[in-house]
Design a protein around this ligand. Structure first.
Ligand code: GLP
Length: 243
């Protein structure tokens, strides 16, 4: 696992953007696995800038997102489809028909079948990942075991707490989500994780421990052949990580 310690959030955003930039230039028709949350927002902003100012061309790129809340329409400002349009797709020259975010409303079983069918026929070149404070990847919550395929998850109380900041109040946070499984994530050719903020526990388990622990799904990163972690210096210092 390659660990990059970034000076701060913006530096991390640029360093992470460099990986996507290189991939898109070398393989213009690549498939990106994308993530939501505050961690990748800076990187998306940087990619949008490079698209406008440096000719970074997303016209042939495809994408598939990690997860979506169950119960939110794509037009809901906190849905992950809305997030992706708002933070990235509306600012780059990607064809939105080539972007996929699982459906959060309607028949969940049918939505999951569609999600899994798409994942089965898609080779993700690079999967962007954030981490939940409890170590979740996408919405793969800690547990005695993890799922291989896309499935429905019941969100942990700590996840609901962490995501309340985006909603008017805690009651409005959805209790369920559909998410790629760990198998779909691990099949991506490259994993690119951005970790910063209040993630001391997960960062410690990921970087300072040798256990692969389903109680901290982020630790599965260490099983991947081509995994990159971009961590903010402040957080690296807090957990005592030294290169
Ligand atoms: C949500 C998403 C995760 C993301 C996490 C962390 O729970 N489902 O994929 O990694 O938020 O978000 P943030 O980057 O805002 O801390």
């Amino acid at each position: 696992m390659k660990v990059i310690v970034a000076n701060d959030y913006e530096d991390g955003a640029k360093k992470a953007a460099d990986y996507i930039d290189r991939l898109v230039r070398v393989k213009p028709d690549c498939t990106l696995g994308l993530a939501t949350g505050s961690s990748p927002v800076g990187m998306y902003r940087e990619l949008a800038r490079r698209c406008k100012e440096e000719g970074l061309d997303f016209s042939k790129v495809h994408s598939v997102n990690l997860d979506e809340y169950v119960g939110l329409e794509p037009t809901h400002p906190q849905s992950y489809r809305f997030f992706m349009d708002d933070n990235l797709f509306d600012h780059i020259n990607i064809d939105k028909a080539n972007t996929y975010v699982a459906k959060g409303t309607g028949d969940t079983e049918a939505n999951l079948k569609e999600f899994n069918d798409i994942l089965d026929r898609t080779d993700i070149d690079l999967q962007v990942l954030g981490v939940g404070p409890d170590g979740h990847l996408g919405f793969n919550e800690p547990g005695a075991f993890l799922y291989e395929k896309a499935h429905k998850e019941t969100l942990e109380e700590s996840t609901i707490d962490a995501n309340t900041r985006f909603f008017a109040n805690r009651d409005e946070v959805p209790r369920f989500a559909v998410t790629m499984g760990m198998g779909s994530i691990m099949k991506a050719k490259t994993l690119l994780m951005i970790i910063n903020g209040n993630k001391q526990d997960a960062a410690k388990k990921l970087l300072m421990d040798d256990k692969i622990d389903p109680m901290c799904p982020a630790t599965f990163m260490r099983l991947h052949r081509d995994a990159i972690v971009v961590i903010e210096k402040k957080l690296a210092d807090e957990i005592g990580y030294t290169r």
